[in-house]
Design a protein around this ligand. Structure first.
Ligand code: FMN
Length: 213
């Protein structure tokens, strides 16, 4: 039975464009996998605490060897690892915040960056057979050839992170750009970019969820 782990991180609730794309994927995936298991985590509404030395030590130590303090610090990380272990598909909603990802999503990444998942010399890990879908939303545009192309530290960062964890084979980025063209008058002229990228992201989400046709 397939499992989808869906994680959103936008602070914008129902006005979020990244959430709209992850919702499209999740809805279509659930139609295509009626007996599948669906796990949802909302880092925007319910952030996880930042990493501590104790939690970091605990996640890089065999749980059988935890002292009582480490065992307590491990509880949340253990739940996050169980969700990741169960997932066949990891679906991330990742707004662009200051040219990168929200700190809430970074806090989640810090929990899974452990020896348990680190890729071996062959580049493989326990995560290698999973599918990763990342729906981003950006106020501007960072597409190849645009003036801000080199400011794009979202997809390159996430690709590096998941390569470190051995997840490289089945990775897809769906970008919705120029989301601020609705609210910033100077960007109104770029609404067509928002419309085109939004349509493309939702279409690709449906396709990847196996619901096209
Ligand atoms: C804290 C913060 C930082 C942001 N930084 C950027 C940025 O660096 N570049 C950009 O194009 N848009 C930036 N934006 C705009 C968001 O990327 C844009 O509103 C996007 O649609 C957010 O994703 P969401 O619609 O899923 O909430 C920022 C927004 C916030 C709240």
């Amino acid at each position: 039975m397939a499992t989808l782990l869906h994680i959103d991180s936008s602070i914008n609730g129902e006005n979020s464009f990244s959430r709209k794309v992850t919702a499209t994927y999740a809805e279509e995936w659930r139609k295509a996998n009626p007996d599948g298991t669906y796990i949802y985590r909302d880092l925007g509404a319910d952030p996880i605490p930042h990493m501590t030395a104790l939690a970091y030590g605990a996640q890089n130590t065999d749980p059988a060897e935890h002292d009582p303090e480490q065992a307590k610090a491990w509880e949340l990380t253990g739940t996050i690892h169980a969700e990741v272990d169960a997932a066949d598909v990891i679906l991330l909603g990742a707004p662009m915040y200051n040219f990168s990802i929200p700190s809430t999503l970074k806090a989640w990444l810090d929990r899974i960056a452990s020896q348990k998942y680190a890729a071996g010399p062959d580049g493989r890990s326990a995560l290698s057979d999973k599918k990763l879908i990342v729906a981003t939303a950006r106020g501007g545009s960072y597409a190849p050839g645009t003036p801000r192309e080199s400011f794009e530290h979202q997809e390159p960062y996430l690709r590096s992170f998941f390569t470190f964890l051995g997840l490289t084979d089945d990775v897809h980025f769906l970008h919705t750009e120029m989301t601020l063209s609705h609210v910033v008058p100077a960007l109104e002229q770029f609404k067509h970019i928002f419309e085109a990228t939004s349509e493309q992201a939702h279409g690709r989400a449906r396709e990847l969820a196996g619901a096209v046709g």
